[in-house]
Ligand binder design. Structure first.
Ligand code: UGA
Length: 428
């Protein structure tokens, strides 16, 4: 495959990862973003997102002259043979994906795209969007391809370079071939299909994962009532190759910038198409309930009322390995605790005080100090190394609520703490 001249519009974690990884595969990549200050930082090799390996790839790309950053969309597009759209598609008021950013960029691009350019949509967009974008471009020589991303925050570079699959869909097969060829150096199955199916794969995968987690968290609830052990249950399920061992860990509900938004968009997209997606709707409702269940455990542990009660919280980001607080179940649990009058003191290894709306301290023992209960909401590995004997000395209460089953119950028990995980019969 010949190296291609590529433009990437949007330098969020998806756009920047895509640009830096494509440059590392030998392509000549120009990334465009409207945020001048960010572009300036990127030119100096400074990345804002906490993404292992990304800063190194950006530095390598800049040094090799294969990666450039600029603000001018027309300049970036003017040279590009293939142009990737990596723009946000947030939830609109009715849950549907808001395509404003994508459409306004495409509107700007239609006159500046070079002849026979390929426009690739990486953003998660409703089924049928590629067709709409092709109409918006309105040029016979420019094809639109859907090439959804499956990058997890925190492992985006590894997910890009060692993907489970690459999905490329277009109603113009030659354009899809060109996009597939960009990834020729990667060892991954390629699913070649039409644009609508490619767009659907992304929603189908994220929503399936969301349903899997709501299922696990509900099983956890049931295990607690019936005296079964969720860890053994998920191990027993996961060994069935049809189910698989991944995405079976319980927690305070699923969150982040993708799963909740995509589930809402899928429910809305289905309703507009005349399909009531009750299964997915139930998973969304269960997810809200599971956040409330964490609060209920804390409330019960402190004697039935949270009013005026000091609660320590460990972890605020939506999962470990990221600094992202968007749609974080931890933040929602904190909000619910505060709503009931709790005095929350939180600690997160990557969240600074000015980022969160609660008291954030830079030491886990300070969060535990005088707390009547402690809640661990994000699975940061360092929380496993906490000195629980010290925690017991500084806490007022004895209960540690651990919805992700992240801690070692034995160590807590040895220190005299009562551990409350998910899907274990209540003890202590
Ligand atoms: C998700 C998908 O996993 C990616 O494949 C997709 O590309 C991305 O969205 C996207 O649409 O861009 P991400 O949002 O980074 O990636 O987060 P995940 O690692 O999937 O976690 C989502 C939520 O599920 C988190 O709140 C996490 O704590 C929770 N989770 C995950 C569990 O509670 N248990 C698990 O076993 C796994």
């Amino acid at each position: 495959m010949l190296p291609q001249r590529i433009a990437v519009v949007g330098t969020g974690y998806v756009g920047l990862t895509t640009g830096a990884c494509l440059a590392s595969l030998g392509h000549d990549v120009t990334c465009a973003d409207v945020d001048e200050a960010k572009v300036e930082r990127l030119r100096r090799g400074r990345t804002d997102v906490l993404e292992p390996g990304l800063a190194d790839l950006v530095a390598d790309g800049l040094a090799a002259g294969r990666l450039r950053f600029l603000v001018d969309l027309a300049e970036a597009a003017g040279e590009a043979e293939v142009l990737f759209l990596c723009l946000p598609t947030p939830s609109g008021r009715d849950g549907a994906a808001d395509l404003t950013a994508v459409e306004s960029v495409v509107h700007e691009l239609r006159r500046v795209l070079r002849p026979r350019a390929v426009l690739v949509c990486k953003s998660t967009v409703p089924v049928g969007t590629a067709t709409r974008l092709a109409a918006l471009v309105g040029r016979d020589d420019v094809a639109v391809v859907s090439n959804p991303e499956f990058l997890r925050e925190g492992t985006a570079v590894a997910d890009f370079l060692r993907p489970d699959r690459i999905v490329v869909g277009s109603d113009v097969p030659a354009a899809a071939d060109r996009v597939a060829s960009l990834y020729a150096a990667l060892d991954a199955p390629v699913v070649r299909t039409d644009a609508r199916s490619a767009e659907m794969v992304k929603y189908a995968a994220n929503c399936f994962l969301a349903m899997k987690l709501s299922y696990v968290n509900t099983l956890g609830e049931l295990c607690e009532r019936l005296g079964a052990d969720l860890a053994a249950v998920t191990e027993g399920m996961g060994l069935d190759r049809r189910i698989g061992p991944g995405f079976l860990r319980p927690g305070p509900g699923w969150g982040g910038s993708c799963l909740p938004k995509d589930a809402a968009a899928m429910v809305r997209m289905a309703a507009l198409a005349g399909v009531e997606f009750g299964l997915l709707r139930a998973a969304v409702e269960a997810n809200q309930r599971h956040r409330g269940r964490v609060v209920a455990k804390v409330r019960a542990a402190v004697g039935g009322s949270l009013a005026g009660v000091r609660v320590g919280v460990l972890g605020l980001t939506f999962k470990a390995g990221t600094s992202d607080l968007r749609d974080s179940p931890a933040v929602e649990v904190v909000r619910l605790l505060c709503e009931e009058g709790a005095e929350v003191v939180a600690h997160d290894p990557v969240v600074s005080p000015e980022l969160a709306g609660v008291v954030v301290v830079d030491d886990p023992y300070l969060a535990a100090k005088q707390a009547e209960a402690l809640v661990v909401l994000t699975e940061w590995p360092q929380f496993r190394a906490i000195d629980w004997a010290l925690v017991v000395r500084v806490m007022t209460g004895r209960t540690v609520v651990d919805p992700r089953n992240h801690l070692d119950p034995e160590s807590l028990a040895r220190a005299g703490l009562v551990w409350l995980g998910t899907g274990r019969a209540v003890r202590g």
